[in-house]
Design a protein around this ligand. Structure first.
Ligand code: 3VV
Length: 186
């Protein structure tokens, strides 16, 4: 791995908000039209998430045949999207919407089509509006499944935002969302 990623000295580690689900419970979608997790997005990746301990979440992705990059393996952009989603969902523990500012991925092992990936993502700490996150992925089902072998890692900086952030792009939403703005923040 080659990276300039470093955690700042003034990092603080927040407590999850009180309405964040308990460990093992499902997380709500942040936005039903989301390509990563929305159930109102037929073309999407349909990722699902559960709360972990503290500031960690776990996510699940079934690697469909349409996600192919090289012969028989996942496209790197799909894996990057899944990390983006997983680390964004970890930020739900703050109770504030976020967007990705910076994301960097290491692709450690080939991931065959038909695998089921588990993502373990967490908030490492915050500085003002900056949320530092990291994650790993393992294959939990499929021909090369091994929950102890990390197949990809990621580090990402997310920024907390207000609902104003999406005011200018609201008119471009495709169709009527099943979960409206206001209840679904990003
Ligand atoms: C239990 C129920 C809970 C319910 C509530 C929870 C709701 C759900 C919560 C969460 C789920 C989310 C799941 C999402 C998953 C998918 C996410 C995506 O894919 S998002 C799409 C891609 N990203 C964009 O489209 C952003 C585009 N970029 C921007 O809009 C801006 O650049 C933005 C907002 C990122 C920053 O702009 P500025 O004007 O607001 O802020 P400035 O002043 O520039 O920066 C603030 C600080 O951040 C640093 N910064 C900003 N960008 C940086 C970067 N790229 N690298 C390093 N530092 C950066 C700056 O240096 C500054 O640092 P200094 O405070 O001064 O120390």
């Amino acid at each position: 791995m080659s990276s300039t990623w470093t955690l700042p000295d003034d990092l603080t580690v927040p407590e999850p908000v009180e309405f964040f689900p308990a460990a093992g419970e499902k997380l709500p979608q942040h936005w039903s039209k989301c390509f990563g997790c929305g159930d109102d997005q037929p073309a999407g990746m349909a990722m699902s998430f559960r709360a972990g301990n503290g500031l960690e979440v776990t996510g699940r992705l079934e690697v469909a045949k349409k996600y192919q990059g090289g012969p028989g393996v996942i496209h790197g952009g799909i894996l990057s999207t899944a990390f983006d989603e997983a680390q964004g969902m970890a930020c739900m523990a703050l109770g504030s919407p976020v967007v990705t500012g910076h994301l960097e991925i290491d692709f450690a092992r080939p991931i065959p089509l038909g695998s089921v990936l588990e993502f373990r993502a967490r908030i490492d700490g915050v500085v003002r509006r900056k949320v530092y996150t990291s994650a790993e992925a393992v294959i939990v089902e499929g021909p090369t499944a091994d929950p102890d072998t990390v197949v990809g890692t990621s580090r990402g900086l997310f920024l907390t935002i207000t609902s104003e952030h999406f005011a200018k792009t609201k008119e471009f939403v495709d169709g009527e969302p099943t979960s409206p703005f206001g209840t679904s923040s990003v």
